[in-house]
Design a binder for this molecule. Sequence first.
Ligand SMILES: C[S@@+](CC[C@H](N)C(=O)[O-])C[C@H]1O[C@@H](n2cnc3c(N)ncnc32)[C@H](O)[C@@H]1O
Length: 259
Amino acid sequence: MSAARRVVAIGMGMGPQHLTPEAVRALRSVDLVLAFEKGSHDPLLEVRRAVCADHDVRLVVVPDAERDRRESLDGPAYADAVADWHERRVAAWAHALAEHPGDVGLLVWGDPGLYDSTLRLLDALGGRFELAVEVVPGVSSLQLLAARHRLVLHDVTQPLHVTTARRLPEALAQGQRNVVVLLNRRVDLAGLGVEDWTMWWAANLGAGGEQAVAGRVRDVLAEVHTARERAEAADGWVMDLYLLRAPDLGGVGADEDAR
Ligand SMILES: C[S@@+](CC[C@H](N)C(=O)[O-])C[C@H]1O[C@@H](n2cnc3c(N)ncnc32)[C@H](O)[C@@H]1O
């Protein structure tokens, strides 16, 4: 029986400056890195290309499967579209693994454990190949958001809820009062009753066009929209996230050392 194929999911943070020594060791230990290419202009592929060049690792680029990104897709239709996309990505990876022997590295944006499908795809691939999967953690956008705003993400004794823009209304309806929101197509808080909450927002963390804005929602939302456009103009892409906190929980991160 053939030995299991070694695959290492390597958290790369938001760029070469965030690669930990453990990530560098993992990168240097593989024979090649597989990376998806999204469309003809994929700036994050270029970041991966730079990382591989820095560490002298071969990069094999796999064209990504098309994904249905219509905003009108509702809950079940959205889940179906994602499942269909994952299936076609698994097929693409299976093909690439069969073509390119050796230990494989996958450079995962941020941390593999936060809103990333790499490990699920590897689970699905496990049905076709015997894989020995390793995971190296990376600096996540959540950690960078906290660092840029010198912020403790949770108030003393209070929980932190992490969700997506799609599910923010549901989180607020459930009574969540300290919420990090990722995967925004835009920052739209109209009708959510959070004008008096505080938001700590950041875009393109770690990139040249990085932006950060903090303050009461009613005071800073227009500035957030402008800063978002600035980030996109500077880098040619935009990714952002923010912490939204209810007024009674305080405006700035509480001092944990006061316990
Ligand atoms: C698919 S998730 C990947 C998260 C990633 N695994 C991590 O650890 O941060 C993509 C979302 O993460 C956030 N994100 C990723 N990179 C970012 C960056 N450089 N600046 C701000 N937010 C970012 C955005 O909310 C984006 O829509």
